[in-house]
Design a protein around this ligand. Structure first.
Ligand code: THU
Length: 161
């Protein structure tokens, strides 16, 4: 008999950055610094990512665009690949993402794109512990998600191979 199963998760929405704990505020600030250095001359949409690792290290990334558009890379993947290269065996605790656009004011926090979710999911699966995600727009409001798996339901991992 077929069964129906609901999959979902709770998010936490902070009205303001100031409501967050110091460590999270600091990580979001790092993501803002990173986004200011994004190389996004084509989309004008700048994304910064900052990862807090279990050993206390912070690894940042930002989007890197290219005249051949698909050759660019999102901020989250730049950050997670950098972390994987530099600290291959250190778990990632939290990912902070912030966005801004030179074309308009982005008030809503933006979630990682599908490709980034899949890439992040690999690392979460590898370390066997959740990566918490904090997302922020140009300023203020922050959305917290408990894990990558939460935002990538029915994700594909190496157990299928
Ligand atoms: N972008 C990211 O860096 N992360 C995402 O999750 C979504 C999109 C970048 C890619 C491109 O440089 C610009 O934002 C517009 O799509």
């Amino acid at each position: 008999m077929a069964i129906k199963k609901k999959i979902g998760f709770d998010i936490v929405i902070y009205d303001s950055f100031e409501e967050m704990q110091e460590g999270d505020r600091m990580l979001l600030k790092k993501s803002v610094e990173a986004r200011n250095n994004a190389y996004a001359p084509y989309s004008k949409f700048q994304v910064g990512a900052a990862l807090k690792l279990e050993n206390g290290e912070i690894v940042i990334g930002n989007n890197q665009e290219n005249a051949s558009y698909p050759s660019g890379l999102c901020a989250e993947r730049v950050a997670v690949f950098y972390a994987g290269a530099k600290f291959p065996n250190v778990a990632i605790k939290t990912l902070a993402i912030s966005v801004q656009s030179k074309n308009s004011e982005v008030l809503e926090p933006a979630a990682p794109c599908g490709n980034c979710r899949q890439s992040l999911f690999e690392y979460e699966h590898r370390q066997k512990s959740p990566i918490r995600i904090l997302m922020m727009g140009a300023q203020g409001k922050v959305v917290e998600c408990p894990s990558v798996a939460a935002i990538l339901p029915l994700g594909f991992d190496k157990t299928y191979l």
